[in-house]
Design a protein around this ligand. Sequence first.
Ligand code: AHM
Ligand code: MG
Length: 340
Amino acid sequence: MNRPLGITVNRHISDLQRLHPKATGALSSVLNELIVSAKTISAEANMAGLADILGMSGKTNIQGEKVQKLDEYANNSIKRRMARCGHLCVMASEEEEGIIPVKPGYEGSYTLAFDPVDGSSNIDVNVSIGTIFSVHSRLSPDGEPGTEKDLLQPGNRQVAAGYIVYGASTMLVFTTGEGVHGFTLDPSVGEFYLSHPDIKIPEKCKYFSVNEGYTNYWDDRMRRFVKYLKEVDSEQGRLPYSSRYIGSLVADFHRNLISGGIFLYPSDKKDPDKPTGKLRLLYEAAPLAYLVEQAGGRAITDDGREIQDIEPESLHQRVPLIIGSRKEVDMAEKFLSGKG
Ligand code: AHM
Ligand code: MG
């Protein structure tokens, strides 16, 4: 069988590196090692039903949620591989309470924050899930173990971010600040090929994605905005936006990035301990905000702060998230500031 001579992700990464004559290749190595983990997680996710990897592991993570076996597999796969890649100084995972040190003697100049399996409540029902990652340059001096402070940096200082979506195909989407590029895994040869170069979020927004089951817990302004999205605007000749909600952030975000859409996970009043929404700044909101901005979109909180500008205070900090097509995020901002 003849295969197309596609651009592999490794070739693409080395082409990106060429744009920076002083680059050492360290960031390229971080990405290439992460991609190896992504392939193994993809293989496990595809085999989940057969490999008896479905179901709970019996442990509870720092967020108080049940840890599923695939979460554990993915978490271990990434942390063990990346701890020895020689270019990181410290890591943090959504599944672990504290910082994750790298192997002594292997310290490098980058940090890695990751959500090993996002949307894990969807594993058992064979619905798309994903992995999200975010890379920063360290703040502390080279050659020493990294610290929590190295990880608590705002999104606007990321040097790379991306996700892998394990869907009908496995796709990797990432940015290093030179646009957003998407790669599809050919599982028969184990290679990611460039399939979506220079992704731009469509200006015409088709979808809104929000868990409307929580409507009663939202602020009135959020309720008015979502009501507006469902109305016919005869002055502008606009039909209602279509509703799409998978409940896997990576998959919801990916659809909206490719087809145009806005995703909302606002703060709600249902849990006084979680007044700031559910999603985590370091592992979910900031990396996706970097991607969406590189693709021409925008990401804010429901009190109008740019996600990228938030200075993190703790590893597992949660933020309300409104992310997607720029015009609709601007519109959300208007409603939420009381001007809608
Ligand atoms: P997880 O990282 O523990 O899987 O939780 C995050 C997920 C997101 O993928 C998704 O957007 C959200 O939780 C769905 O939450 P809800 O069921 O409250 O709508
Ligand atoms: Mg998650």
